[in-house]
Design a protein around this ligand. Structure first.
Ligand code: PHE
Length: 357
């Protein structure tokens, strides 16, 4: 045990204070405090030795020891303050706000271009009194084909390259598929309500397709159906003409040509005059038009008068009711509207593409 002599106390205090001035963290200060002033610290131990001294010495050395203790304590306090202030100063310098730095943009989400165009199409028809309904993407052969006047073994089935679902019934048929178009909803809607019917059906479709710039194996369609007493081909033309003007501008002209779909009669395809060259490419312009490939016209949908067999299939009397139906591809409409040259961009999930809309 260190003898509590004047020399020992002065040595100890001197060493402690010298050590203290070299410390620069709060953790090392705490270690220092424990080493000198703690319960088993060197100065504490010396103070405890005072008990063994005679009364005169105890008073003299005791006073010295207390002085030493106080100077260690105030030294510790001062060093703690210095270290805290230095840390504050450092923080103030390092964390200084640089108002010239560019801000950080929040990662902002947006609607997929297909969603945007589908909503625009639905809004155009909603404004003409159509309501929006949706149907199943996994569909029965019954609705996708049979009810649409496309019986088994009929060559018209080849118009739809079908993805069949791996399920076989007792008759050995594969009656389930990923719907190849939204037309099965024509039959489902008519089965579930009486005329007048006026609906549009947006939704995803699937085909067993080799993909290229204009073909995807999955894509959207928007189907339309209007059935009532006295609906004529003029209603079909008027409605679709109005739609074309709402989506592509007031000055659009439309063209209808004969086409074949088993569930309509007569069937047509509808084109709009090219909004890029205002139809001028039809008269062979210099340089040519990429959008309409110099034809002056762009096909945008299939349509027709609902086939009497489809009407009677759902229990509507074809002598009393008539109707029209149409189906269009929203990606194709978006491609035309925004000048997109490859349908595969839509579902490749490349944000550089998607962020543009
Ligand atoms: N369902 C047809 C297709 O996918 C399009 C269409 C719908 C044609 C309604 C006429 C009437 O090709």
């Amino acid at each position: 045990m260190v003898q509590p002599t004047q020399q020992n106390i002065e040595d100890l205090a001197g060493a402690a204070l010298a050590e203290l001035s070299a410390l620069d963290s709060l953790e090392s200060l705490e270690q220092w405090r424990i080493a000198y002033l703690g319960r088993r610290g060197s100065l504490t131990v010396v103070l405890r030795g005072l008990a063994g001294l005679d009364i005169e010495e105890r008073r003299r050395i005791g006073a010295l020891a207390n002085q030493a203790k106080q100077s260690l304590e105030s030294g510790l306090e001062a060093r703690t303050r210095e270290i805290n202030e230095a840390a504050l100063l450092r923080a103030a310098q390092e964390d200084r706000l640089d108002v010239t730095l560019p801000g950080r943009y929040p990662a902002e989400g947006r609607l997929h271009p297909t969603t945007q165009i589908v909503r625009e199409i639905c809004a155009a028809f909603a404004g003409m009194g159509f309501s929006v309904v949706e149907g199943p993407e996994v569909e029965w052969d019954h609705y996708n084909f049979e009810m649409l006047n496309i019986p088994k073994g009929h060559p018209a089935r080849d118009m739809w390259n079908t993805l069949w679902v791996d399920y076989t019934n007792e008759a050995g048929e594969q009656p389930m598929l990923l719907r190849t178009h939204t037309s099965p909803m024509q039959a489902r809607v008519m089965e579930s309500r009486r005329p007048p019917v006026r609906v549009i059906v947006p939704g995803k479709c699937y085909r067993y397709e080799a993909t290229d710039a204009t073909h995807e194996w999955h894509f959207y369609q928007v189907e339309g159906l209007a059935v009532d007493e006295g609906i004529t081909f003029a209603n079909l033309k008027g409605t679709l003409y109005e739609f074309a003007r709402r989506l592509f501008g007031e000055e659009r002209r439309v063209r209808f040509r004969c086409d074949y779909f088993p569930f309509v009669e007569p069937g047509v395809d509808m084109s709009i005059d090219c909004f890029a060259c205002q139809g001028a490419s039809g008269q062979a312009q210099d340089g040519g038009c990429r959008i309409c490939r110099d034809s002056g016209w762009i096909e945008i949908m299939g349509a027709g008068m609902v086939h009497p067999r489809v009407l009677s299939g759902v229990g509507y009397d074809p002598d009393k009711y008539t109707g029209f139906a149409f189906g269009l591809g929203p990606e194709r409409i978006a491609m035309l509207k925004y000048g997109i040259d490859d349908i595969r961009h839509f579902y490749a999930n490349d944000l550089r593409f998607l962020r543009q809309f």
